[in-house]
Design a protein around this ligand. Structure first.
Ligand code: RUB
Length: 307
């Protein structure tokens, strides 16, 4: 369990972060753990899966990854192990190929000489930007710093190393610059059955500014970011992280001050022009179809519920 505990802590402390990376890492961890254990396979795997699932609550990619891997089959322990490893590899392959496809499809929606704004650090959004840049369509990018964890710095670094000109701005400067922007492209932690987007805190404010300025708002999201749970009426849990991420002791200890630090927010579907998935660019209204046809929600919930 040491291996699982160590992995869980890496997710909790955000050493491994971003919805896609977390999902891939969880699948990889379950696979490696399955290869090391002997005896009591189902119970040990279930415990490991639960530990990983309880690390961060918002990104449904983690739930989808774990459910995908844990639907292994087999009678003997060896058969189960083989099946689990196969499924984990299949999920990892899904993650890796989806990104490239999203880049290709998303880039087609970007016109020449475009300025793109992005928020936080999304591997899917970056795939679109890089591909559009390869096709000579990107003039420059506005990247928000994304307080309090400054994931925007990672984005600025990655794009800069790729040769893309980046304007790094504070989150509150979004509306100031939105008139200079042709598209907003962001990633997703979860997309609900009714087409709402759950992503890094501040995303919904950017969507508001984009709508006001008539700037297309594009979401880059693999199909494993869609939430089968929301179809059954479950609400997405928004993670609230510690006050220490926001302010130092001097401020935290003030008598009448309470620091709030939600890590994500919800953008209603009316603010979203397009969701670029690996199987096509769709309107948010099609979220239900993705959940039904791609994720097999009935299977997960009726017969094969794992967790
Ligand atoms: C990361 C974040 C990203 C999405 C999508 O939040 O909100 O926009 O996870 O990323 P955190 P990707 O840093 O708190 O994990 O497209 O890479 O899955």
């Amino acid at each position: 369990m040491d291996m699982v505990e160590e992995a869980a802590r890496k997710i909790e402390t955000m050493e491994v972060r971003g919805a896609s990376r977390i999902a891939r890492f969880a699948a990889e961890t379950l696979m490696n753990y399955a290869l090391t254990i002997r005896g009591d396979f189902d119970a040990k795997m279930k415990k490991a899966a639960e530990r990983l699932l309880n690390t961060r609550p918002t990104a449904v990619s983690l739930f989808n990854a774990i459910n995908f891997v844990m639907r292994y089959e087999g009678k003997t322990e060896e058969e189960k192990r083989e099946s689990l490893v196969r499924r984990a590899k299949e999920f990892i392959e899904w993650v890796d190929t989806a990104k490239q496809k999203i880049g290709e499809i998303g880039a087609r929606r970007i016109k020449k000489n475009s300025v793109v704004m992005t928020h936080c650090n999304s591997s899917a959004a970056i795939a679109v930007i890089k591909r559009a840049f390869d096709e000579g369509k990107i003039e420059e990018v506005y990247a928000t710093e994304s307080r309090p964890r400054f994931q925007g710095h990672l984005t600025a670094k990655e794009l800069s190393e790729y040769g893309i000109k980046v304007n790094l701005i504070v989150d509150s400067a979004v509306r100031y610059f939105i008139e200079d922007v042709d598209y907003v492209v962001v990633g997703a932690d979860t997309i609900t059955a009714n087409g709402a987007l759950i992503n890094k805190i501040g995303t919904s404010m950017i969507a508001l500014a984009a709508k006001e300025a008539r700037v297309p708002f594009i979401v880059a999201a693999e199909t494993y970011k869609f939430s089968p749970k929301t179809l059954l009426g479950e609400l997405v849990v928004i993670e609230e992280r510690s006050a220490e991420e926001v302010a130092g002791e001097e401020i935290r200890s003030l008598k009448n001050v309470r620091i709030r630090n939600p890590a994500f927010d919800a953008t209603p579907r009316g603010y979203i022009d397009l969701i670029v998935t690996e199987i096509g660019a769709i309107p948010p209204e099609m979220a239900y179809v993705i959940i039904k046809e791609r994720l097999g929600y009935a299977k997960i919930y009726d017969e094969e519920i794992v967790l």
